[in-house]
Write a protein that binds this ligand. Structure first.
Ligand code: PMV
Length: 309
């Protein structure tokens, strides 16, 4: 038997830009998923037959990395699904961690590589940001080149992402869940169409990268004012690229009015969640709830993927 516990993630800065060679800054958060796998007589998930539509990521991981007896899988999740908080990446990462543990070959890098392979094949694209953040925990930077605090690199086709685990201070982040599902592949396609035909949109992805660099420097100095500014400015760009939504804008404006340092959507957008950086989390959470969102007060999870046998 193997059990894995994996954190969700939020992208502080850099979604969409990361698909065009720009850096990305994410932190793991203290909302986690758990997956247990055990050999048994029939392949099941939470007592129901393993199904490629209902359990897409789990089934893909098992088909790809398991040749043994049927597996009985049990899942537990505190992360709302399709909300830009990495629930599919966390379930995928936890499944891969269990499968490797059952074969006695668990290593964080191997988990990150293989979890990304599953996500990439299911979503037909994307970056290894979410699966690396879920595997490593704490704060991670993806970049096109190797920097300080390098942990592993992941390549697909002609692209290579260098992943770094950077020091980060304690901080309060309030997540506002809109309740509108965020469909990552559709949003990625929508932004890509814009970027492919417009030089202006391509420049905007570079501007996102510029704010990520500002944010990384601010984080290193625990400068929440500058980090907040980078978030709010990035949001304006994401809005122009077509990744925001009226529901997201409403929660973002409410957070800023309540005094947050900065606020933006997180993940692919089009719905899903926004995040606000603040040292008054309850005040911002109330503003989000009053504006119609569901607020979750979170902090950084220092612990990435954990497994037990
Ligand atoms: O919606 P999420 O949490 O899977 O984040 C998507 C982030 C993108 O940059 C839009 C895509 C990616 O794979 O990096």
């Amino acid at each position: 038997m193997a059990v894995a516990s994996v954190p969700g993630k939020i992208i502080l800065l850099g979604e969409h830009g990361v698909l065009y060679g720009q850096p990305c800054l994410s932190v793991a958060i203290d909302l986690r998923v758990g997956v247990e796998m055990q050999e048994g007589s029939a392949a099941t998930v939470n007592g129901r037959p393993l199904d490629s539509r209902r359990h897409t990521y789990i089934k893909h991981a098992i088909d790809k990395y398991w040749q043994g007896e049927p597996l009985e899988v049990v899942t537990y999740s505190k992360i709302p699904s399709a909300s830009g908080l990495g629930s599919s990446a966390a379930i995928t990462t936890a499944s891969v961690a269990c499968l490797l543990t059952l074969q006695q070959s668990f290593s964080p890098e191997e988990v990150a590589q293989r979890a990304f392979a599953v996500e990439y094949e299911v979503q037909r694209g994307g970056s290894p940001n979410d699966t690396s953040a879920c595997t490593q925990g704490s704060a991670i930077v993806l970049a096109r080149e190797k920097r300080d605090h390098f942990i592993w690199k992941i390549s697909r086709k002609d692209r290579t992402w260098y992943v770094h685990s950077i020091p980060a201070p304690e901080m309060d982040i309030v997540v506002g869940v809109t309740g509108v599902k965020s469909k990552t592949p559709q949003l990625v396609k929508k932004v890509r169409r814009f970027v492919n035909y417009s030089g202006f949109a391509r420049e905007l992805t570079q501007d996102i990268g510029g704010w990520v660099e500002e944010g990384i420097a601010a984080l290193a100095h625990s400068d929440f004012v500058s980090l907040g500014e980078a978030m709010t400015e990035s949001q304006k760009i994401l809005h122009t690229l077509g990744a925001s939504s009226p529901e997201l804008e409403k929660l973002i404006q409410a957070s800023l009015r309540a005094g947050a340092y900065g606020a933006k959507l997180t993940g692919a957008g089009g719905g899903g969640s926004m995040i606000a950086l603040t040292d008054e989390p309850e005040k911002v959470a109330i503003a989000i709830e009053k504006a119609g969102g569901k607020a979750l007060v979170t902090s950084i999870s220092r612990e990435g993927t954990k497994v037990w046998v």
